[in-house]
Write a protein that binds this ligand. Structure first.
Ligand code: PEP
Ligand code: MG
Length: 841
């Protein structure tokens, strides 16, 4: 079958070449031609042409060869739509044969001519004739003797002499490359990288630049920035007497590009060629609007540009490159913002395992909080605190964590749990603290009694052994691999300030402690969207009055215990308000079931009995009485606020007194008070009445005026359906999508980790709904609630403060639904700011 001529196109400035029909490499080469760069003659084959060849059509080698001089050597390279989809390896020196070798020997030298031929015979034997690689990779030298041997082995194995006709060679190479692309393993590999099933391959046939011979000959790559950091620095390697990308594999013999204390450079060896290359690279950067790696060859000192590919880059380099391109006026800021993937930003906020480091993997779990840290294994919060006191890095290993582990989590450098998913306690607290965390790592045996972890391959790790938790990938590694530090530099701040200028939805942080609030400020959150006040009661010396309050027999005793907690809470809030400097702070009233504050084991009960001066039997009975069959649906949230109203009274007083104190010294504060787990309007009315009364009392006592806003956390399905009613008394509605997801699915957020991966891999759920908002189900409830809430109160402020607030897809939903802001863990604030900006562009 004959190819249509249009599918074989010389790469000229005006040729009809496009990425979707000819691939990215062909298109890029055309751009280089348009820039008048010294690109060797090139012909592009379209996806259709290559597909026909793979299906058995004869390649029209003659038509291709018509574009080149009769004695030109050629190379063929793949040109897929996206370079990440891979493709067959390039074949160089097509056209070498006995006659060309004889003709080239006097020009290039015997050895160079033999080497060109040998390279081709080797590539042809492996990629086209598919002969045994061992037979062709064993030659000691690469001169005439090796060539003779290779030709003899070829003839023996292929049962025919090495083909001498350039058209025959070219046709065979094209056929082999086309078929390699259609092979099953290549297809699976690229589909895993996001390619569609029918992704096409183009091929680029280019006249060879020798890189071997007399004078300054060689090949290499050059780029203007560091791939690691993105900083401007001319990097690359150049290898004399070489072709293709050999300079990258033989770094011993290769030269540096620019002057370098580590060894000789091209800049010193051939200053004019170096200067010309740098000028070409700058021209490419400006006109292609991208940092490019230039693949070049020197032929007796003459510069030839063979190709340009996007510089490979770490997330940190990607951000710096985007900022520099915009600052140099090459890209508009909006386009620079689109060049960085939001999720990649979170990698910049934490230490990470260095990209090239050896990873000695023990097991994997859910990547619940990004960043990596190495430390000695400890199996209890106390041991983590003891290690911290000794100045040792400790990784806290627990079956799961509870509020009682928080101090241990603060002391640890990372957390690893057997159970749990994205919204389990360890995951939420880990993200809040910026603490690397892997949860649900049930591949490992957690032998808590023996203080040992057993990997699936049988390796046993004991308390004190060093492991690394990689919360970015979910891996648990043995030992301590090399790390790269977080980078919150000027480029990062500049970049996010551009994001803030375009986004149209607010971003606040979930922050429970002054440390969290400071992190939120550092990441320029617009306020605190959720302060979970119960976390404050686990700090320092508060546990005892807290437990006394829980054990109080009468409202008077309870009030006395709360009196002791009041100044502590007030101090917390004053500090939060100070740090946030007048930015809004939304404080959620006490939410968890009370028994979370009580000990679970006998030793803890005995300690509590001693602290409270009560008989052990009394304490045990009371703790048992507080137990619930289903605490997440039991006496918690507003139900506790109504049944034991003194707790909310104390919290409201602490908030108002702190408001008055902070406003006296700094920017005026208008606190937002949020009621959790509401399901009926009457709950709001009851709480509102008491809070208004506390406000009035504080105003009278302190002869001042206080402004505040009361709102509802919408996290039960009924609250969504009754939002019109509930909004009557609510200045704002903030969706707690963690509980709302749990209740909408009837899916325990603390246990879902056990089967979530089975559910996602089998397509029951497209994603973990605790991670990415379930737009179809939970999202419909949010939409209904938003509409009804606005009907009840047109100026009601709407937001999300569940973990979804930091996820790009979920933010897109909130923006479409017209929400005012999202609130997420402080460390996710930068990600949310960029994601929100990209949605607005
Ligand atoms: C929620 O339920 O979405 C929420 C933010 O509150 P918590 O995670 O504390 O239950
Ligand atoms: Mg909740």
């Amino acid at each position: 079958m004959q190819q249509e001529p249009s599918r074989i196109t010389p790469v000229a400035a005006d040729a009809p070449i496009a990425t979707p029909t000819h691939g990215g490499r062909a298109k890029c080469l055309q751009r280089l031609v348009r820039l008048d760069l010294p690109v060797p003659r090139t012909v592009a084959l379209s996806f259709d042409a290559v597909h026909d060849i793979a299906a058995g059509g004869a390649p029209d080698a003659e038509a291709i060869l018509a574009g080149f001089p009769a004695d030109a050597l050629l190379c063929v390279r793949p040109s897929s739509q996206d370079p990440d989809w891979g493709g067959p390896g390039a074949v160089l020196n097509i056209g070498m044969n006995d006659a060309r070798r004889a003709a080239l020997a006097p020009l290039l030298g015997e050895t160079a001519a033999a080497r060109l031929y040998l390279r081709f015979v080797q590539a042809y034997a492996l990629q086209v004739a598919r002969l045994d690689p061992d037979l062709f990779e064993r030659f000691e030298d690469d001169g005439p003797e090796a060539l003779a041997e290779a030709l003899a082995v070829y003839e023996e194995e292929a049962e025919e002499p090495f083909p001498q006709d350039r058209a025959v060679q070219l046709a065979a190479v094209l056929r082999a490359m086309a078929r390699a692309w259609e092979g099953t393993s290549a297809r699976l590999l690229r589909q895993a990288r996001g390619a569609p099933a029918d992704a096409g391959l183009g091929l680029v046939v280019q006249e060879m630049a020798f890189g071997l011979g007399r004078g300054e000959c060689g090949s290499g790559v050059l780029q203007l920035v560091s791939s690691e950091t993105g900083e401007p620095r001319i990097t690359g390697r150049y290898l004399r007497q070489s072709q293709g990308r050999e300079a990258l594999s033989d770094t011993e013999a290769a030269l540096y590009l620019a002057r370098d204390p580590r060894g000789p450079s091209l800049e010193e060896a051939a200053p004019e060629a170096f200067a010309e290359l740098v000028a070409h690279a700058r021209h490419m950067r400006e006109k292609l609007r991208e940092e490019m790696q230039v693949e070049f060859t020197l032929e007796d000192g003459r510069v030839l540009i063979l190709d340009g590919v996007r510089v490979a880059r770490t997330p940190r380099a990607a951000l710096r490159i985007a900022v520099a391109l915009a600052e140099d006026g090459i890209l508009p800021r909006e386009e620079a913002l689109m060049r960085v993937e939001p999720g990649a930003l979170s990698e910049l906020l934490h230490r990470q395992v260095a990209p090239g480091a050896r990873r000695n993997r023990l097991a994997s779990g859910v990547a619940a909080s990004p960043g990596a840290a190495s430390g000695r294994i400890v199996f209890s919060a106390d041991a983590a605190q003891a290690a911290a006191a000794r100045g040792e890095a400790a990784v806290l290993v627990r079956r799961e964590t509870s509020p009682a582990d928080i101090r241990g989590m603060h002391a640890a450098v990372a957390v690893l749990t057997e159970r749990g998913g994205m919204t389990s306690h360890a995951a939420v607290i880990g993200r809040g603290l910026g603490l690397p965390c892997v949860v649900g790592a049930s591949e490992l045996g957690f032998h808590m009694q023996d203080r040992a972890l057993v990997a699936p391959d049988g390796r046993t790790l004991r308390e004190g052994d060093i492991i690394t938790v990689d919360g970015t990938t979910g891996d648990v590694l043995a030992g301590a691999p090399a790390m790269v530090e977080a980078a919150l530099d000027d480029a990062f701040r500049t970049f996010l300030s551009w994001a803030d200028a375009v986004r149209d939805i607010g971003v606040r942080a979930n922050a429970d402690t002054p440390d969290d609030a400071q992190t939120a400020r550092n990441f320029e959150a617009q306020g605190i969207g959720l302060c979970r006040t119960e976390h404050m009661f686990f700090e320092g010396d508060r546990m005892t009055p807290m437990r006394e309050m829980i054990f109080a027999d009468t409202p008077e005793d309870r009030r006395a215990a709360l009196e002791r907690l009041l100044p502590m809470q007030r101090r917390d809030f004053v500090e939060l308000f100070r740090i946030m400097q007048g930015k809004p702070v939304c404080i959620r009233l006490f939410d968890p079931p009370l028994h979370e504050f009580l000990p679970r084991d006998r030793a803890g009960l005995r300690e509590l009995a001693a602290a409270l001066d009560l008989p052990l039997s009394d304490v045990t009975r009371r703790v048992e009485a507080l137990g619930e069959y289903n605490p997440m649906l039991g006496m918690r949230g507003v139900r506790l606020g109504i049944a034991v109203p003194e707790i909310y009274d104390m919290q409201a007083r602490a908030i108002f007194e702190a408001t008055e104190e902070a406003s006296r010294e700094g920017a005026p504060v208008v606190p937002e008070i949020m009621i959790p787990l509401v399901s009926a309007r009457r709950e709001v009315e009851l709480v509102k009445t008491r809070i208004d009364a506390v406000a009035a009392a504080v105003m009278t006592e302190r002869t001042t005026r206080l402004d505040y806003r009361l709102g509802v956390m919408v996290e039960t399905p009924r609250a969504c359906l009754r939002a019109e009613d509930i909004a009557q008394h609510s200045a704002f509605l903030s969706f707690g999508t963690n509980d709302l997801t749990q209740m909408t699915y009837g899916l325990s957020r603390d246990d879902a980790g056990r089967f979530m991966s089975a559910y996602v891999t089998q397509g029951v759920f497209p994603e973990d709904p605790f991670h990415v908002l379930d737009v179809e189900g939970v999202g419909e409830l949010l939409s209904i609630a938003a509409e009804r809430g606005r009907a009840g109160r047109p100026d009601v402020v709407l937001s999300v403060c569940g973990e979804h607030g930091g996820d790009a897809e979920s933010i897109a939903f909130c923006r479409r639904a017209g929400f005012d802001y999202v609130s997420c863990s402080p460390f996710r604030v930068p990600v949310a700011r960029l994601a929100a900006a990209q949605l607005a562009i």
